[in-house]
Design a protein around this ligand. Structure first.
Ligand SMILES: C[S@@+](CC[C@H](N)C(=O)[O-])C[C@H]1O[C@@H](n2cnc3c(N)ncnc32)[C@H](O)[C@@H]1O
Length: 228
């Protein structure tokens, strides 16, 4: 059996790491020990089980490996997650925000069915079938204030969708994490132009971009914005 030493990340709450800083592996503490969500590796260290977090499968993991200066993760986060898909990233958020609630909005029925199967034993995730273009449509399913919105929907109007959800749900001092895939917006235009346009949409709506990180190493044509 491989003996992997796992330690707390020096900067981000509830994130764990192993290995040398140049080739870090990320983990979250498994909220439901013994259960995998997407075939990830489970590792027990000092009687605690951790789930390895793959940055090639999860843009949030990729973001953390790019070392943002903001620590936006907390155990009591209430998060609105737009584009939950079958549950890969949201399951790690559920490990991290174990005292909070994560509302996972997804419009593809097939993905929602898989999501429900994958996270049914995680009591802090509420799956919602809905289109993130219409935030008012899921208002009845959201019963706490929201201090983090995470969006990964790969749509042509990514920034607009994010802003309309922020206006509807995000607390004043809350954070928006916005994954932007240039190819979903315009497959012909240069990525940099597409990113610049989405950033303008965010700024014109009165939000401040705290950080912009390139995650091309893990996900082609993607950047992630951290917004207040
Ligand atoms: C790139 S995948 C998300 C992967 C997921 N964030 C993860 O890391 O586990 C994008 C998802 O957004 C969903 N989606 C696209 N447009 C949407 C919309 N308007 N409302 C809700 N979900 C949407 C798609 O069905 C797809 O499952």
């Amino acid at each position: 059996m491989v003996n992997i030493e796992i330690r707390a990340h020096p900067k981000y709450s509830n994130i764990f790491i192993s290995g040398h800083p140049s080739s870090l592996k990320l983990y979250t503490k498994n909220l439901i020990p013994g259960k995998r969500v997407y075939g990830e590796r489970l590792i027990t260290y000092k009687n605690t089980e951790y789930r390895e977090w793959d940055p090639y499968r999860s843009k949030l993991a990729a973001l953390l490996l790019e070392n943002p200066s903001t620590d936006f993760l907390k155990s009591n986060l209430n998060c609105l997650y737009l584009g939950a898909s079958s549950g890969t990233t949201i399951s790690h958020l559920s490990d991290i925000a174990y005292e909070g609630i994560i509302y996972g909005v997804e419009m593809a029925h097939r993905s929602v069915r898989q999501l429900i199967q994958n996270i049914s034993n995680r009591k802090n995730i509420i799956p919602i079938i809905g289109d993130a273009n219409f935030p008012e449509n899921y208002a009845k399913s959201i019963f706490t204030e929201i201090n983090l919105i995470y969006q990964d929907v790969a749509q042509p109007n990514q920034a607009e969708i994010a802003i309309s959800n922020c206006k509807y749900y995000l607390k004043d001092e809350g954070t928006l994490i916005l994954a932007i895939k240039s190819q979903s917006i315009n497959s012909v235009q240069k990525s940099e132009k597409v990113y610049a346009r989405e950033k303008r949409t965010v700024k014109n709506a009165g939000y401040e971009i705290i950080e912009s990180l390139n995650i091309h190493k893990y996900a082609a044509n993607h950047i992630i914005l951290i917004i207040k």
